[in-house]
Design a protein around this ligand. Structure first.
Ligand code: KIV
Length: 277
């Protein structure tokens, strides 16, 4: 069996200068496909609130939502590391509650690590979770759980003050023991400075090519939405067209009684059949 990707692999990748590939996943069959394709790490992001549940933002996602989806993803992987997002308010109230919630994602969700958003404001929670032997991934820059404080989904770290704060937060998180940091929607050259300053890997999303790894939301990179594409997303497939075309053909064939064909149906012995009339 292939060697599993773990927190040690994150460290080894940074030392060797190897890039880390990460995608979101929220269900068993997608996780299995991504794992088979050789992705290093799967994130059960709270983005599931938007792309799977149709919410406007990530704030309504609950611990039970994340646990439910993480269990499904964990069942689908053999090699990839599974990181579960800590949802809004699951790590803001006290260190004790944060450890308990992070522990649920490991014990009930079967995640290998947790991710949470923020720097100095949550550093005591990060330390407490790491002390409980739960690996933590940090997340700085455009942290979607702070969307109301930011006044929208906006690029962060463009001013000197904002940029310095993000650099300081990254160093604080490293000191508190996180094994990697997601940098979301920050200027490429700021992500480069942070990446060079840290001994732990940075994983970029909208943060340019100098990060130690990249993460994208699976629906975005597969082109499952034809109406919306953030600037930082590269679509590697156009699944919305593929799916819609397939469904249109299916509906037409059902209406025209072309499906199912003989090759899709089961037969019965003629003698048995005659007794039924
Ligand atoms: O929830 C999520 O999908 C994330 C990624 C965008 C990094 O946090």
């Amino acid at each position: 069996m292939e060697k599993k990707f773990t927190v040690s692999s994150f460290h080894e990748a940074k030392m060797a200068g190897d890039k880390i590939s990460m995608l979101t996943a929220y269900d068993y069959s997608t996780a299995k496909l991504l794992d088979d394709a050789g992705i290093d790490c799967l994130l059960v992001g709270d983005s599931l609130g938007m792309v799977m549940l149709g919410y406007e933002d990530t704030l309504q996602v609950t611990m039970d939502d994340i646990i439910h989806h993480t269990r499904a993803v964990a069942r689908g992987v053999k090699r990839a590391m599974v990181v579960a997002d800590m949802p809004f308010l699951s790590y803001h109230i006290s260190a004790e509650e944060s450890v308990r919630n992070a522990g649920r994602l490991i014990q009930e969700g079967k995640a290998h690590a947790v991710k949470l958003e923020g720097g100095r404001d949550v550093i005591d929670k990060v330390s407490a979770i790491v002390k409980a032997q739960i690996p933590v991934m940090g997340h700085l820059g455009l942290t979607p759980q702070s969307v109301n404080m930011f006044g929208g989904f906006k690029v962060q770290g463009k001013s000197e003050e904002q940029a310095r704060k993000i650099i300081e937060d990254a160093l604080l998180l490293q000191e508190a023991g996180v094994f990697a940091i997601v940098l979301e929607c920050v200027p490429e050259k700021l992500a480069k400075i942070i990446t060079e300053k840290l001994q732990i890997p940075t994983i970029g999303i909208g943060a340019g090519k100098f990060c130690d790894g990249q993460v994208l939301v699976i629906q975005d990179m597969l082109g499952m939405y034809s109406d919306f594409k953030p600037k930082f997303v590269k679509q590697y497939a156009g699944l919305s067209h593929v799916i819609k075309d397939a469904v249109k053909t299916y509906a037409k064939e059902v209406q025209e009684a072309q499906f199912p064909g003989n090759e899709h149906t089961f037969t019965i012995n003629q003698e048995v059949l005659e007794k039924l009339y």
